[in-house]
Design a binder for this molecule. Structure first.
Ligand SMILES: [Zn+2]
Length: 209
């Protein structure tokens, strides 16, 4: 039996419920009103709540392979539904698209989707192809290419998010801000895209040596 089924009796969940009792009672009574929509990768190492130090009720989370947001009109409705719900019903004031290093979906894209990537996954990953194509002429390879692709993919998916009418209107009116982040798994550092600089910069840079 999976250890996750055994945790049913481990008490860990009960301890969590006890620790968050007041907040969970209030959320059950009054409903959710999260401030942030978090769109991240399904990768088991990218935990939205941990990265944002969030508690129950804080985040509306969608995690999909390679934090891809298919653009409007692509025929994919999961992200479309979640985005409209977040903006129009939950009225979040922030959308974060969070990529991460060592992303398996993006590595499959780098190898070529015809090289062993399962069919449905390959179809999904085509929504990130323009990010790879935008790097074609830079002569990058290996980890340099991968890290650049992780960032370019976040920027591409931000474009897709902003192409949704609900987001465009909310951003224009100032009701919503849209952010791009990258989680560097190896160094456990977060970077965000700085519009003014046109580049990714670290949150809270570590103190000097
Ligand atoms: Zn990933």
């Amino acid at each position: 039996m999976s250890k996750w089924l055994l945790t049913e009796t481990s008490g860990e969940r009960e301890a969590f419920f006890a620790q968050e009792k007041d907040r969970l009672d209030s959320l059950a009574r009054e409903g959710q009103s999260p401030d942030v929509m978090f769109i991240g990768c399904s990768d088991s190492r990218v935990l939205a709540e941990s990265l944002m130090a969030a508690r129950p009720g804080d985040l509306f989370v969608v995690r999909v392979i390679a934090n891809i947001v298919p653009p409007p009109g692509s025929g994919e409705s999961v992200l479309a539904a979640a985005i409209d719900y977040a903006i129009e019903v939950l009225k979040v004031n922030c959308i974060v698209v969070c990529g991460h290093t060592d992303c398996g979906g993006l590595r499959a894209l780098e190898r070529g989707l015809e090289n062993g990537c399962p069919g449905n996954t390959a179809d999904w990953m085509t929504h990130a192809l323009p990010a790879l194509e935008s790097l074609k002429h830079q002569g990058l390879d290996g980890e340099e290419l991968h890290d650049a692709l992780v960032e370019q993919n976040v920027l591409l998916q931000l474009q897709h998010v902003r192409a949704y009418a609900s987001v465009r209107q909310a951003e224009t009116s100032g009701a919503v801000k849209v952010h791009g982040w990258v989680f560097d798994l190896s160094h456990r550092r977060m970077r965000y895209y700085d519009d003014a600089l046109g580049d990714f910069v670290e949150f809270d840079p570590p103190a000097g040596p």
